[in-house]
Design a protein around this ligand. Sequence first.
Ligand SMILES: *Cc1c(COP(=O)(O)O)cnc(C)c1O
Length: 356
Amino acid sequence: MNIHCLVRNQILTLQPYQSARKFEYSGKIWLNANEHPIAPHYKYSNTNNLNRYPMCQPKELIHNYATYSGVQNNQVLVSRGSDEGIELLMKVFCDPNKDTIIFCPPTYGMYKTSAEILGINYRMIPTINNWQLNLSSIASQLNHVKLIYICHPNNPTGNIININSIIKLLKIVENKALLIIDEAYIDFCSNNSLVKLLSIHPNLIILRTLSKAFALAGLRCGFTLANAEIIKLLKKVIAPYPIPTPVIDIATQALTPEGIKYTQIRIKQIHNNRHILIEGLKRCSCVQTIFPSCTNYILVKFTPKYQVFKKLLQQGIILRDQSYQWGLTNCLRITIGSYEECQQIISILQNEQFYT
Ligand SMILES: *Cc1c(COP(=O)(O)O)cnc(C)c1O
């Protein structure tokens, strides 16, 4: 039997998402997935209930995230990472081979990959002026569009999207489409969150995660914030038991006032290390441009002849090459690691030997 006769065409031609954990290089310093460099300490406290299925939407966890983010409990959905939130929205709102989503490169790769897997059309509308939205281009291409995904702050560029342009876009698409703001990194610059607009704009949806500032990428826990009607629809399609009991337990702890306090300390450390890394990189001859960032990573354009990605890899330091992305030739994304990790990059790139 030729299994290829049975596979959906879209899957045969699919380019799978290149996640950092599929990358098989052996390195000692992992700065390619925007993870926190140090594991937080949590203990799984309920060991006697694993015979039972977990609740689909555990009340205490939902309540803790609602309190943390400043919304009502009925405006929160918890899912297996925010990647699942990205996909659930397409399942609820988009008919395959008919409806369309929009996203604005260079940006996070999962909007495209999820659409391809589900057979949903997508339109890429590149950003302009240092990765801001091209509103007139979006406004003129809204036929069949149900969802618009905006990453804010944007991955991999690190910038926030102009809030006035987001508000304009919310009005442009009113009654036509939903605007999804992916705030995976917003905890690093929380003043810029659009969560306050949820009560005025029923077509706004916000995605959040515990993977970045909360340092819990291995937990796989994310949240969708939206008006109660949208949350109800998402609950219709989410798996019956999406969040494992140990995940519920640890995520609930991470969102207590004490857990949040540790996250805030972590955020300050990342801000300090980011400053140190940027100041150090400014004095490296291979660096062309360091783009401003309000996240736990920076995008840097390097002089190609020094082969920074390859040479750091040889020394066990893994960055994320962004050259394949629209407009990002010779750009690498560097996750802000520990103080020692930042110093190590600086000392390698400032060393004359690197350039011989
Ligand atoms: C990391 C990331 C996610 C995925 O987060 P998970 O909760 O780990 O699935 C979503 N969006 C962006 C922009 C990210 O960088």
